[in-house]
Design a protein around this ligand. Structure first.
Ligand SMILES: Nc1ncnc2c1ncn2[C@@H]1O[C@H](COP(=O)(O)OP(=O)(O)OP(=O)(O)O)[C@@H](O)[C@H]1O
Ligand SMILES: [Mg+2]
Length: 252
């Protein structure tokens, strides 16, 4: 059974059909890309899966459990994390603090609890900090934990955002254009990191315009166009699809 299933999903904004009857299935341990022109509905699809947008019709299931009508925090509790298209780091906070925001995301005390010790015991706090440090070390950011995020490169800021999403070891990770603004070598590192996550069993859902990256790391690719599925298949199948080339790849 697929870990994430989307069935006949439609989303409307006023009179605009942002998504129409979109279905997909993502297995654990795979990288699943969603591509398509600007305005195709890619971010809307992630928003619906994460509970930020209510679909007009269709169902979403995580591990067989219907999550369509759940609130974002309840969906997060099913093991889903996301990053945002326009980045989501706090420039004035340190790298370590940015990662700690992701620790125990569901707890009421959350960040304030960790940073200021409200409602938490010392041991929980120490464990959170240790976990955050381990994640940073794995991401190659061990030496810069106490730097302010705004002083880092754009590429490092994106790595921090993804690292924060990984703190709770999500089963499903949604990434919205993580390669924007990255250098060639940073893109390659990102690709390797996504493959490693899939290897560990995570279902990685990648919305991305950088086609080379998509083709290199994805197990399957879904092509959206005007809110509808234009094609779905392996990178090779999608790359060879005449309709996809015409609607998207030809100009990408
Ligand atoms: N909150 C909203 N209210 C109204 N319309 C919206 C809203 N969010 C998205 N849309 C519209 O829905 C359509 C799909 O937008 P979406 O952001 O999902 O596209 P996208 O594929 O992510 O595009 P891009 O590649 O530019 O990020 C667009 O026409 C967009 O203007
Ligand atoms: Mg988008």
């Amino acid at each position: 059974m697929a870990l994430l299933e989307v069935e006949g999903l439609s989303v409307a904004f006023g009179g605009l059909a942002a998504l129409s009857g979109v279905s997909l299935a993502v297995s654990a341990g795979t990288v699943y890309a969603i591509i398509g022109p600007n305005g195709a509905g890619k971010t809307t699809l992630l928003n619906a899966v994460a509970g930020y947008v209510r679909p007009a019709s269709g169902r979403i299931r995580i591990d067989g459990r219907d999550t369509t009508d759940l609130a974002p925090h309840a969906i997060a509790r099913q093991g889903l994390r996301r990053t945002f298209q326009n980045g989501g780091v706090w420039g004035e906070m340190t790298v370590l603090e940015n990662i700690l925001v992701g620790v125990d995301h569901d707890a009421q005390s959350g960040l304030l609890g960790i940073l200021f010790g409200f409602g938490r015991d010392r041991r929980t706090e120490r464990r959170a900090v240790a976990e955050a440090r381990a994640i940073l070390a794995r991401a190659g950011l061990a030496g810069i934990e106490d730097k302010r995020v705004r002083d880092l490169s754009f590429g490092q800021q994106r790595v921090i955002e993804i690292s924060r999403a990984l703190v709770s070891r999500p089963r499903i990770l949604l990434l919205d254009e993580p390669a924007v603004g990255l250098s060639e070598s940073e893109r390659e590192e990102l690709g390797a990191r996504l493959r490693a996550l899939a290897q560990e069993g995570t279902a990685v859902i990648l919305v991305e315009h950088v086609v080379d990256l998509v083709m290199a790391v994805s197990d399957r690719v879904l092509v959206l166009n005007s809110g509808q599925v234009l094609a779905e298949g392996t990178p090779e199948e999608v790359r060879g699809d005449a309709a996809v080339v015409e609607a998207y790849l030809g100009s990408a």
